[in-house]
Design a protein around this ligand. Structure first.
Ligand SMILES: [Zn+2]
Length: 457
């Protein structure tokens, strides 16, 4: 049995949208036992030892729940790196290292949609068993796709596994793979509902499934008590997924009236996961990204403003997801940022955005009503923040603001991890820029290339 903890003089943000209030919060046996005067009163009568923590001037709030974080991808700069350069056991070990970065950033829960070697199932179990330290996790296995592929075009094999994808080619394969993943321990079935066909990329992402196939996935999964989540870009795919009974939709960008109506009717949660795009918009130019690509990313956000606002007003839960795992959104840096996107683009208040990033996130953990909120009976996944994020959620991303992190009533080690060294053969080795004769013979300084010798092992 762990010690009980009484947080005193806290500025409490409860994660349920209530205005911040000053109160004590009592935690015992991994749960929030009482809030307010009741917490002080009960603390005085507890038979066992109690740690009293004066957190005056600081905020006590539920830990962040990132509902779109790929812990197995290791901040990859390309899909080919993930597909062809990774090893099974090492991926899981590296993910365990990275999981601590999430804790340091105040993330106490995450939904990992899909992973190489489906090894986030193993990391989840390791964290639950106290073998590894990290946030509370739920996860998918491989993302299901058809032979048309997902978002990596022809890099994806026509059959079987490529990186974090599994191609299924027939109804029999769909049923067998859904059942296999559930048996292997997947909390969710992840479906790449849309994909890009290289020669038809001007059409954007296309739905690569029939209605019947999507219904077969949800039917098979639901029969085994397992929800289904889908990557959907575009109105048609979002509509089809919603109609087929999907339980969570990622992105849902570019919805039309028909898609919005069914999402609103069924109150299907959406995790837009637009942090990647927001980073491109704000920092892409400094990274040398093409201006047309930057405006494409910006449109993906701005085109969705009206429909996301309507969905939110209709009571559709919006969840926060960072898409961390790629080099544009490295672990530990941007998990708060989806809340900023919701405030800046969708017009939510800071408190409403915090609710999306905490209480609503519990849906991604399959634990709504059990975590993500400060109220008696809730699991004690909490953070102490220097300052008041209800005034500006962006402070949650500032170094040093997250002062303590508690998961299940236990304080976590959030000290800086050991500096990581290069792992031979792990990263994608670029050969640098094209060295044309004209460039080589000119007097000017050559632009810096991207060749790193240590990556060429
Ligand atoms: Zn993703």
């Amino acid at each position: 049995m762990t010690n009980a903890v009484l947080f005193q003089n806290a500025n409490v943000i409860d994660g349920a949208g209530r205005a911040p209030f000053a109160a004590s919060v009592l935690v015992s046996d991994g749960k929030i036992e009482a809030v307010g005067p009741e917490a002080d009163a009960r603390a005085n009568h507890l038979a066992r030892r109690i740690d009293r923590l004066d957190v005056a001037g600081r905020t006590l709030m539920p830990g962040l729940i990132d509902t779109h974080c790929h812990l197995a991808f290791d901040d990859a700069a390309s899909n080919s790196e993930i597909f062809f350069q990774r090893r099974n056991a090492l991926s899981a070990l590296v993910a365990a290292y990275n999981a601590k970065k999430l804790l340091r950033a105040g993330v106490t829960g995450l939904l990992d949609p899909d992973s190489t070697f489906e090894n986030m199932i193993d990391l989840r179990d390791a964290i639950e068993a106290n073998v590894a330290e990290g946030p509370r996790m739920s996860c998918g296995s491989y993302a299901l796709i058809t032979a048309v592929g997902g978002t990596a075009g022809r890099l994806i094999n026509d059959t079987g596994i490529t990186g974090y994808y599994m191609a299924v080619r027939s109804k029999d394969e769909i049923v067998a793979e859904v059942r296999r993943q559930i048996k292997a321990g997947a909390d969710w079935i992840k479906v790449h509902v849309t994909g890009v066909i290289p020669r038809l990329s001007h059409l954007g992402e296309l739905c690569v499934w029939t209605d019947e196939e999507l219904e077969l996935i949800t039917g098979t999964a639901h029969d085994l008590g397992t929800p289904v989540m889908g990557h959907c870009r575009g109105a048609g795919a979002t509509y089809k997924a919603a109609k087929a009974g999907f339980d969570l939709i990622f992105h849902a960008t570019g919805m039309d009236d028909r898609a919005l109506e069914i999402i609103a009717d069924k109150k299907i949660p959406i995790s837009p996961a637009l942090t990647f795009q927001a980073n491109m918009v704000d920092f892409g130019e400094r990274l040398g990204t093409d201006a047309s690509l930057i405006s494409l990313f910006e449109r993906e956000i701005t085109d969705s403003i009206e429909t996301m606002q309507k969905a939110y007003k209709a009571g559709v839960p919006l969840l926060c997801g960072s898409e961390s795992g790629f080099s544009m959104v490295p672990y530990g840096h941007w998990h708060y940022r989806e809340m900023e996107v919701f405030v800046r683009y969708f017009g939510l208040t800071n408190l409403q955005a915090i609710e999306c990033g905490t209480r609503n996130g519990a849906i991604g953990l399959k634990m709504p009503g059990k975590v993500g909120e400060i109220a008696p009976g809730m699991l004690a996944d909490l953070i102490i923040v220097d300052g008041d994020p209800s005034k500006d959620v962006r402070i949650l991303g500032e170094p040093g603001r997250i002062q303590q992190v508690m998961v299940n009533g236990d304080f976590k080690d959030i000290s800086e991890p050991k500096t990581r060294r290069n792992i031979p053969g792990w990263r994608h080795a670029g050969m640098g820029l094209q060295l044309t004769r004209e460039m080589a013979m000119s007097d000017g300084r050559l632009p810096a290339g991207s060749l790193h010798v240590e990556e060429l092992h």
